[in-house]
Design a protein around this ligand. Structure first.
Ligand SMILES: Nc1ncnc2c1ncn2[C@@H]1O[C@H](COP(=O)(O)OP(=O)(O)O)[C@@H](O)[C@H]1O
Ligand SMILES: [Mg+2]
Length: 293
């Protein structure tokens, strides 16, 4: 632009006065200055571009850091009869409602399967039941007590959750399985056997095997089995499996599901799975692809 302006100025002076002798020295000085400034201008533009590009990430982190932390209590919350969902509505963005008017009763000890196509809101619904997400409208009752921020921590402690992607930290299998609870080696071995990972661990250093950051030394199926062992460790009243066995081959999955149905005799079981064989032993199937459940 700068050079075009200079050329245009010379053209204008030539057109107006017939010669450009008087302005040529000044124009040349500007041309030289421009030439010297160009690399710096370039660099400024480049840096400005980078700032614009990275700004989104900074905004994201800033938003998270400035998010108010909700006070959460540990009031007693007995669970003897049922989990009841009343008119639950949920949307991540208010323009795209995910769950609308969900009414549901899950009795203690029931085995419930959530089915429906990918993206229909199965994970979202179990996250709400587990008290990880708060519904936009409606309420959850445990027996007849509403789930509130005052008793939500007690509620979460009753739940063992096995997600599709297990988060593992760089430590031993034992540390990863106990994950914050007091370490009891006998219990770790017990749950590793239930999750059919103990034989594999014995070929290495047993429950002291280190697994690397994010479980880099393990396959997807082995990670899932550790996730299952971790969820069973605290002997939770409720077990939630969100596509927990999707990375396993069918025979291993069948063995683990046998084990899970076995330990879950007296537990409430919530399962999201795509293979029908995984959920055939559930008492209730809830299809979320239908508009109102
Ligand atoms: N954290 C999130 N932010 C915004 N939208 C989300 C988020 N998680 C899921 N969704 C959207 O919500 C819908 C339901 O997701 P999800 O409950 O994970 O489905 P499912 O488990 O049935 O496959 C999807 O359309 C998905 O794009
Ligand atoms: Mg899901």
């Amino acid at each position: 632009m700068g050079f075009s302006l200079l050329i245009l100025s010379v053209a204008y002076v030539l057109y107006k006065y017939g010669e450009a002798k008087m302005v040529l020295p000044i124009i040349s000085m500007y041309a030289l200055a421009l030439y010297r400034m160009l690399p710096s201008l370039n660099r400024i533009l480049e840096q400005y571009n980078i700032i614009c590009y990275r700004q989104q990430a900074i905004h994201g982190v800033y938003k998270d850091l400035s998010h108010p932390i909700q006070e959460e209590g540990v009031l007693e919350l007995p669970f003897k009869e049922a989990i009841r969902l009343k008119n639950i509505n949920f949307a991540y963005k208010h323009t795209h409602p995910i769950l609308q008017n969900i009414n549901l009763e899950i009795k203690r000890g029931q085995r419930v399967a959530f089915v429906g196509p990918s993206g229909c809101g199965k994970s979202t619904l179990v996250d709400i039941i587990m008290g990880v997400l708060y519904p936009n409208a409606g309420q959850i009752f445990i027996d007849n007590t509403p789930l509130t921020s005052q008793n939500i921590r007690t509620w979460r402690q009753k739940i063992g959750y096995i997600p599709q992607h297990i988060y593992l930290f760089d430590g031993s299998v034992a540390e990863n399985v106990a994950c914050g609870s007091p370490l009891d080696e006998k219990r770790v071995i017990e749950v590793c056997k239930m999750a059919h990972i103990y034989d594999f661990l014995c070929q290495h250093s047993g429950i002291e095997t280190t697994i690397g950051e994010g479980g880099i030394n393990l396959s997807g199926g082995q990670k899932q089995r550790l996730g299952i062992a971790r969820a069973l460790y605290d002997n939770p009243e409720i077990l939630v499996l969100d596509e927990a066995t999707s990375a396993l081959d069918t025979p291993t999955e069948a063995k683990i599901m046998d084990e899970i149905y076995g330990v879950a005799e007296d537990k409430t079981l919530l399962i999201i799975a795509h293979r029908l064989s995984t959920i055939e032993r559930c008492n209730v199937k809830i299809d979320l692809s239908k508009p109102a459940v």
